[in-house]
Design a protein. Structure first.
Length: 308
């Protein structure tokens, strides 16, 4: 098997407790041809200092200002020289054979993207409590090479926005000018939806390569009123950006159906958000959510309520 370069992109921000475990897991890969690009987003703790001991093994770009994960991932894409791209969150870690096995499948099948599983755990003050798995075996067939149409249908049933759960051919991202939204939360919802509409082939590995850490005050667990408002407004920006993509006349019916599925999911989440947010009124000007769509969502919510 050939050993093409794999670019691993890691944005960091105030992760002094976890960043060494993350970087060590990347350096201890059984695959020997990677570049690790770490972009620090203006950390105020010891993150950059701790990364200093890896400077002979990683490319570190440190900024004084904070622009968010989307901007730093985009910077990583611009810096990457590899044939394949992989995104890792700086408070998580991966299994030692992750890159070797995923690249092996990509090289053997010539697929654009390989998906795999992960595990999630919550880190409290005193203990690690198991939270479960990100597994897609119920909807995806291992080692099957999905064509574009098959991949669209499969990813509708097994959608996950996290770019940490797949390795992708960089040429595909460059050709379609794919990027993360900047200055918002949930930027991967936009990126992954667009990515899944343009891949021409995909493979799935039923292996738990990725280990995601749930921690207090992270993007995934923070529950303050201010955070909820920012989360709502961010999803609203993602919704608007996907609406623009949806209007592209070059999209196939299957591609439009995939994007519409994501639009409906986001719209439903925003419309049913518990907090009273003035921004909800902005949903009324949507051009893609029809009366039929709204009736469908109302019926789905009713069925869900009756099943409880």
């Amino acid at each position: 098997m050939s050993h093409p370069l794999v670019s691993i992109i890691v944005p960091t921000y105030n992760v002094e407790r976890y960043v060494e475990e993350c970087i060590d897991s990347l350096m201890n890969q059984t695959y020997d041809n990677t570049e690790i690009i770490v972009i620090d987003d203006g950390s105020k703790d010891a993150t950059v200092y701790l990364l200093g001991k890896y400077l002979d093994k990683i490319k570190l770009i440190a900024y004084d200002n904070n622009k968010g994960q989307g901007a730093r991932r985009n910077e990583g894409i611009r810096q990457a020289q590899g044939k394949y791209l992989y995104f890792v969150d700086s408070d998580d870690w991966i299994e030692p054979d992750t890159i070797e096995k995923t690249v092996g499948v990509l090289e053997n099948t010539h697929a654009d993207l390989v998906r795999f599983n992960g595990t999630a755990f919550y880190e409290g003050d005193t203990a690690l409590i198991s939270e479960g798995r990100y597994t897609f075996a119920n909807h995806l067939d291992e080692n099957k090479v999905y064509n574009q149409e098959e991949a669209l249908q499969a990813n509708r049933k097994a959608y996950s926005a996290s770019p940490c759960l797949y390795v992708v051919r960089k040429e595909l991202i460059d050709t379609h000018n794919l990027h993360f939204l900047e200055g918002v939360l949930h930027e991967d919802e936009y990126f992954t939806t667009r990515l899944f509409t343009v891949i021409e082939s995909m493979v799935y590995l039923d292996e738990d390569f990725y280990h995601r850490r749930y921690r207090v005050a992270s993007t995934m667990t923070e529950n303050s009123k201010a955070h909820k408002l920012k989360s709502f407004d961010s999803y609203l920006e993602v919704f608007r950006a996907l609406e623009e993509v949806y209007t592209d006349d070059k999209l196939t019916e299957s591609q439009k159906a995939f994007i519409k599925r994501q639009l409906l999911s986001i719209y439903n989440g925003l419309r049913t958000a518990q907090q009273d947010i003035p921004s909800k009124r902005k949903l009324n000007i949507s051009n893609t959510i029809t009366i039929k769509d709204k009736l469908f969502l109302q019926l789905a919510r009713l069925k869900q309520a009756m099943s409880k």
